[in-house]
Design a protein around this ligand. Structure first.
Ligand code: ZN
Length: 473
C-alpha cells in the first residue's frame, strides 16, 4: 500500500514498525464548540484509512485525544483558552462544556459512520503522564523554566521538521499572532509545555506540579497520549493540515527529544474544506454542522459520499449545489443497488468477482483514492456477474466506505410531504426559517434555492416587513 507521507513529501510503501500491526494516532477535537463539517471531513478521511487498514488485514490500534484543557485560540501560545471561552459563552463550567461537546462530537461521528477509535483519552485524565515527560525533557536539557512557565527549547534540536507546503522561514516566524509575543521564550519557535503563570485569573482547571499550580500546553498532550497507548514507535499520525504547524511539528520535536530516536513514520494530513468565500470557520458565515445539514433535509451519509468523491490531499469546496449533486448521485446509486434481485440458488462468482475486488483495493492502495474506490462500486453494477455476486462485493466494499450501500434507501425527506403530496404547514415554516437563516448568512444562492424548491411545490413566498408569508396553490 502506498501512502503519501507529508514528512518526507512523497508517496511511500507503507511498512509498519511491527509486521501486521499498526499504531495510529488521531488528533481529537477541542471540545469547546460543535465540530463544523470541515473538521469532520478530516475524521471521515481518517476513518477510511483506519477501515481500509483493517480490511487489508492489519491489526490496528487507533488512539485519539480529547482536548479539554490548554488549547489557546492562537496555536502559538497566544490568545485565550478555548475551553474557557466556551464556558464563558454558555455560562457553564469547563467540565460541563467538555462533556456536552464531546458527546455532540461522537453523535456527529455516529451519524457519519466514523468508527470510534479504540482508545479515546481526554487530556485532563493524563496530567501525571505530562508531568513525567516534561520532567524528563527538563533533565535532558530540552526544556527550561522562564517566567514560571516551562518551555521547549527548539534550539536544542538537530532538525526542526518541515511538512509539505511549509517553508522553514515560515516556521521561524513563531509568534505570528504578533500582538502578545511571549518575552520568556528564548527562541521564537519555542513553545509552552506547562503554564503556571496563567494569563487568565479564572482558569478553572489547574493541577499541582513540581513547577507550581498550573496546566499543560496543548502540544504535549498528543505526544504523551500517543506514547501511553502506542509506545515509542508510532506508525501513522493523522490530522487536519492546519495542525501540521505548529502542533505536529512541536509534537515531533518533544517526542523525539524524549525517546531519543525517530518517533512517527507516516504523517497523514487531510486538506481543508473551503466555502466559496474561503476557509471554513466556526465564526465566519454559516456555522456548518451536521445538524444544520440534517435540518435542511440532507442525510449525513450524503455528506460522507460528497467527501469520498474527492481525494483527501485536495482541498474541497463546499457549496449546497455540490452537496446536492452528491446527494442525487448517492441516492441513485443506492436505488440501483436496491434493485439488484438475486435469483434463488445463484452462486457467488469467485472468478468474476476477483478483478472487481482487485480494482477496489488498487484504488485504496494508491494513497487512499476514494473517488476511484467509488468508481469501483459502479463498475461492480455494470459487470457481467450475477446479482448475488454484486451484492456480496458491494457489502464487502462497504466495510471500508461505510455508506450503508445495501441498506434500504432512507425515505425522501426533502421536502417533507403529506400523504396527498401537498407540503404540510410545518414543512413550509421550516423551509421559510431555513431560508431566513441563509439570507442572514448572506447565502443568497441557498435562499433562492429554497424559494424555487417551494415554488415547484406550488408554494409562493412573499417577503413583508414582518416576515415571510406564503400562499399555496
Ligand atoms: Zn494533536
Amino acid at each position: 500500500m502506498q501512502l503519501y507521507n507529508s514528512l518526507t513529501h512523497k508517496k511511500e510503501e507503507f511498512v509498519p514498525h511491527t509486521p501486521g500491526k499498526v499504531g495510529m494516532y488521531t488528533c481529537g477535537p477541542t471540545v469547546y464548540h460543535f465540530a463544523h463539517i470541515g473538521n469532520l471531513r478530516t475524521y471521515i478521511m481518517e476513518d477510511i484509512l483506519d477501515r481500509y487498514l483493517r480490511y487489508a488485514g492489519y491489526d490496528v490500534t487507533r488512539v485519539m485525544n480529547i482536548t479539554d484543557v490548554g488549547h489557546l485560540t492562537g496555536d502559538t501560545d497566544t490568545g485565550e483558552d478555548k475551553m474557557l471561552q466556551g464556558a464563558k459563552r454558555e455560562h457553564k463550567t469547563v467540565l460541563e462544556i467538555a462533556k456536552y461537546y464531546t458527546d455532540a462530537f461522537f453523535e456527529d461521528c455516529r451519524k457519519l459512520r466514523i468508527r470510534t477509535p479504540d482508545h479515546v483519552q481526554p487530556a485532563t485524565g493524563c496530567i501525571e503522564d505530562f508531568i513525567r515527560v516534561i520532567s524528563s525533557l527538563l533533565e535532558k536539557g530540552y526544556a527550561y523554566q522562564a517566567g514560571g512557565n516551562i518551555y521547549f527549547d527548539t534550539s536544542k534540536l538537530e532538525k526542526y521538521y518541515v511538512f509539505h507546503g511549509f517553508r522553514e522561514e515560515d516556521l521561524a516566524v513563531g509568534v505570528r499572532d504578533g500582538v502578545e509575543e511571549d518575552r520568556n521564550k528564548r527562541n521564537q519557535a519555542d513553545f509552552v509545555l506547562w503554564f503556571t503563570k496563567s494569563k487568565f485569573d479564572n482558569q478553572e482547571l489547574k493541577w499541582n506540579s513540581p513547577w507550581g499550580l498550573g496546566y499543560p500546553g496543548w502540544h504535549i498532550e498528543c505526544s504523551c497520549i500517543s506514547m501511553k497507548y502506542l509506545g515509542e514507535y508510532l506508525d501513522i499520525h493523522c490530522g487536519g493540515i492546519d495542525n501540521a504547524f505548529p502542533h505536529h511539528t512541536n509534537e515531533i520535536a518533544q517526542s523525539e527529544a524524549y525517546v531519543g530516536h525517530p518517533w512517527c513514520s507516516y504523517w497523514f494530513h487531510v486538506l481543508h474544506l473551503n466555502t466559496a468565500s474561503g476557509k471554513m470557520s466556526k465564526s465566519k458565515g454559516e456555522f456548518l454542522t451536521v445538524s444544520l445539514l440534517e435540518s435542511k433535509g440532507y442525510d449525513p451519509l450524503e455528506y460522507r459520499y460528497f467527501c469520498l468523491q474527492s481525494h483527501y490531499r485536495k482541498s474541497l469546496v463546499f457549496t449546497y449545489e455540490n452537496l446536492d449533486n452528491a446527494a442525487v448521485a448517492y441516492r441513485k446509486l443506492k436505488a440501483k443497488i436496491a434493485a439488484l434481485t438475486p435469483v434463488a440458488g445463484e452462486a457467488y462468482d469467485e472468478a468474476g468477482a476477483a478483478p472487481l475486488k482487485a480494482a477496489f483495493c488498487a484504488a485504496l492502495d494508491n494513497d487512499i483514492n476514494t473517488s476511484l474506490a467509488i468508481t469501483a462500486v459502479y463498475d461492480v453494477l455494470k459487470a457481467p456477474v450475477n446479482a448475488t455476486t454484486k451484492l456480496a462485493l458491494i457489502e464487502d466494499f462497504d466495510r471500508v466506505l461505510a455508506l450503508d450501500l445495501t441498506a434500504p434507501a432512507a425515505e425522501e425527506k426533502k421536502p417533507a410531504q403529506t400523504q396527498s403530496g401537498a407540503l404540510d404547514a410545518a414543512s413550509i415554516e421550516a423551509a421559510i426559517a431555513a431560508r431566513a437563516e441563509a439570507k442572514k448568512a448572506k447565502n443568497y444562492a441557498e435562499a433562492d434555492r429554497i424559494r424555487a424548491e417551494l415554488a415547484a411545490q406550488g408554494v409562493t413566498l412573499t417577503d413583508t416587513p414582518n416576515g415571510t408569508t406564503y400562499t399555496v396553490g
